[in-house]
Each structure stands twice: as C-alpha cells, then as structure tokens.
Design a protein around this ligand. Structure first.
Ligand code: MG
Length: 451
C-alpha cells in the first residue's frame, strides 16, 4: 500500500520554492497566506529559517492569514521539524518559510496541517486553486486576526527532543555540530549539550548569506567540519541543511557517512528494540530492506518524497500495523514515537544514543554494514509520460513495482526508472550486492533507452 502522487502546479514535493524577488515574492506569500487562512480557522504558527528574505515573506504570509481572520503566532527562526512539533502540540496549522537545502537566493513556503505533517496533495491542489482564482474569504474589521510573538518557541522543541533520551546519555562523548548558519543554529548544539555531550560548533551563527558553506550539507562543504572532528578527537560531526529537517554525519576520522548507511545505523538501533514496519521510498538502498529483514522487521515502499513516507506511516498505524521507523536515504529520518516528519535534531540526538556505552567508533559501525553497489544516471527522453508502459513491455518477465516510475526487482539487484521534475529527464538508479550484476542490469536498461 502507499499514498498516491497528485499533479500540483505551484507546490513541488516539498512546498513552493523559487528565487527571491523573481518567482518567490511577498505577493505570492500574501496569496498563500490568504488562501490557507480561507481554508482554516484558529491559531496558525509561522516560522522561518535564516534566509535574508525570511522576514519579508513571513510578514506577507502573516498579513494574509490575519486578513482572513486567523490568529498568527510568529515563532521566528526555528527548524522546520520544530515548527511541525509545535503545530501538532498546540496550533491549528503552520506555515514555514524555507528553501531547505537550496542556495541563499532561494526561498519557499511549506504549509503544515494541525497534526504536524506537511499538507497532502488533495488539500494542496485545493489551496493552489484558491491562489490562482483569488478565492479568498476576507474578514470584516471586527473579525481580523491578532498577532503575537513566541520567541522561545525553539526551546520547547529542544526540551521535547531531549526528553526522549536517558538523562546524561551523551556523557563522555565529544560532538561537533555544523548548522551551516541555518535554523539549527538555535537548537542542535543545545540538544546535544543537554544530553551530556561536550559540544563544539562551526558555522553556528544565524546568517542568511551562508558565509561558511551552502545550505546543502555536501561532502565538499563539510571539509571544515571534518577537520575540526579530527583535530578535537570528536566521536562524530553532524551537519544540517538550511531548515534542519535533515542531518548528515562524518565519522571520527572525518569521513562522510553515506546517507543510506546513516539510515541503516539508526534503523538497526531501533529495530533491535521494536518490531514493525520501516517505511521508505522506492529509491532507497536495498541496505535498508536487508537491515530490516535481519532484525525481524519489514519494509513498506512509497513514492519518492518525505510527505508520502509520513502519510503512509500514519495510514499504516491507523490500520493497526506497527511502524517503528521511516525516512529517506538523504538524511531525512522520521521517528514515529516523536512525530511524523523528518527531524534533523532528533537524528543528531539518536546518533549519540547509538554510540553511548559502545566501545566501537562510528567508522567501525559503518564498516559492519553490508555493501551494495549503486549506479546513478540521467537520460533525456522525448515522451517521459509513456515511459512506464514502455519499460513494462521491455521487461515483461521481471517483478515490476509501479509505486513511483518503474522499479525492476531481481532478488538482490534492482533498478528504478522514474521521471523527476518538469523536464523530460528520466533518472535511472541500479543497485546490487554484486558490482557485476549492477553493471549488467544497467547495460540492459541503456540498451532499452537506445532502442
Ligand atoms: Mg530541508
């Protein structure tokens, strides 16, 4: 089972994104605020990451919400998962101003439902229609909303994350945190030090020009973090994207921990304690399925996008299936006991729990994981719409999964062929426990494209 994708015009998989002043303007933010306010009533929390355009856009969203009669609580700068947590606890909805990992000139808007999840496709399409047709409900003079500020909002999230762990679990562990001058500058170092860790930071000032590194925590951008980890003898380094829903790691030698391996380490830790389903997109490594199976757990696949993972987790639980863990192979991990969204602060804390009381360093834990070989490629095609049908015809004898694009499953070898974004581009992923088998299937797929 899985949640189905719907075509959206304005919103992508993770909200609206665009270049500030070009396609991401206060006009658009105002319209989205008015549209969302026309669909909902009550108190709406508004938050933002550290981008320079954040105050202008969040003021515009707030103006739209207020004009339709919603009350607005301005939570200021905080991570997306912090806003999502606060909304679930005590608001009727939320709006987050962030462009996540995109460069500084971008910004974006994510709409949050009362349960703390990102707005689903059906509701988002309805919201888009209101924006396009300017279908807004304006309040009268005595019905407009009231605005208040909640500068301590991030602290509530920090306390909630810390409360999930044994007090002092991080004692004796040195950690370097790199929030990349983004929203986690308010939270991650506080979380880690309250767990008992000795915490050093880099790029820890809130700065929307991102002077230290780009908001995407890429291997190249994390060289300063890796150096500091090595020179201080830290157990690991953790870095976030601009809004800190994702966390990535370098081990004690400064080596980047590939994100599917990061997923697998957390998964192994959780699945040793609890049994149930692990939910992840069809693009995730077979490593995730292997670790689940070895621990007596199962994997449920979804379309690509964290919102589909979160919604599938909620649906499964509602139908009585226990779900222990979920997320994507990009450092965006979802802890269902905590909340149903990717949570970078929680992921950083979880790494402390994994290492606590262990004699092995992080690099040794990574080295224990089974190895898979991945090939990634892109192909330009004329008619991506008919691709699924063509792949079905070309691989008739195979076990095909049509959750998102086509996934060809051949035991310990699989391939995913899917359209991504508005361009006529098709992404190809092939993975296997054998390098030879991965190359063979990749060559078969390339032959198919040539024909
Ligand atoms: Mg993000």
């Amino acid at each position: 089972m899985s949640v189905k994708k719907l075509e959206k015009k304005l919103f992508g998989t993770n909200g609206v994104r665009g270049v500030t002043g070009v396609d991401m303007t206060p006009d658009l933010a105002l319209s989205i605020g008015m549209a969302f306010g026309s669909m909902r009533k009550g108190r709406i929390a508004v938050g933002r990451d550290t981008r320079t355009s954040g105050p202008a856009l969040s003021s515009a969203v707030a103006a739209g919400l207020l004009s339709t009669g919603c009350d607005v609580v301005d939570c200021g700068v905080l991570p997306t998962p912090a806003l999502q947590f606060l909304v679930r606890e005590r608001f009727d909805g939320g709006v987050m101003i962030t462009a996540s990992h995109n460069p500084p000139e971008y910004n974006g808007i994510k709409v949050i439902e009362p349960d703390g999840t990102e707005m689903g496709d059906v509701e988002t399409v309805a919201l888009e229609q209101r924006v396009f047709s300017k279908d807004f409900t304006s309040a009268d003079w005595d019905g407009v909303g009231e605005e208040e500020r909640a500068p301590g909002a991030a602290e509530e999230y920090v306390r909630a994350v810390v409360s999930r762990f044994e007090p002092g679990i991080g004692k004796g562990i040195t950690v370097v945190a790199d929030p990349g001058c983004g929203a986690a500058a308010r939270t991650t170092a506080r979380i880690l030090s309250r767990l008992g860790c000795r915490v050093l930071t880099i790029n820890a000032l809130e700065d929307g020009t991102f002077p230290g590194r780009m908001p995407e925590p890429s291997i190249e951008g994390l060289s300063a973090l890796a150096d500091l980890v090595r020179s201080t003898g830290a157990a690991f380094g953790v870095a976030h994207d601009g809004d800190a829903d994702r966390a990535v790691f370098v081990d004690e030698t400064g080596t980047y921990v590939e994100e599917n391996k990061e997923f697998a380490l957390v998964e192994r830790y959780i699945c040793a304690k609890k049994k149930g389903a692990v939910v992840t997109p069809v693009s995730s490594s077979l490593l995730i399925e292997t670790v689940a199976r070895d621990a007596g757990c199962s994997v449920v696949y979804t379309p690509v996008g964290s919102i589909y993972v979160a919604r599938t987790m909620i649906d499964l639980i509602a139908k009585g299936t226990p779900v222990v863990f979920g997320g994507e192979g990009n450092g965006g991990l979802i802890f269902p006991d905590h909340q149903f969204c990717r949570d970078g602060g929680m992921t950083a804390a979880m790494m402390v729990a994994i290492l606590a009381g262990k004699n092995q360093p992080l690099s040794a834990l990574v080295a224990e994981l089974p190895v898979f070989h991945l090939i990634k490629d892109k192909r330009r095609v004329n008619d991506p719409g008919s691709l699924v049908k063509k792949v079905q015809d070309a691989f008739p004898g195979d076990n095909l999964d049509l959750t998102d694009g086509v996934r060809i499953n051949r035991g310990q070898t699989w391939a995913l062929i899917r359209q991504s974004g508005p361009e006529p581009l098709v992404r190809v992923m092939v993975e296997s426990d054998s390098k030879k088998k991965a190359e063979a299937l990749y060559n078969e797929i390339m032959l198919f494209f040539r024909e």
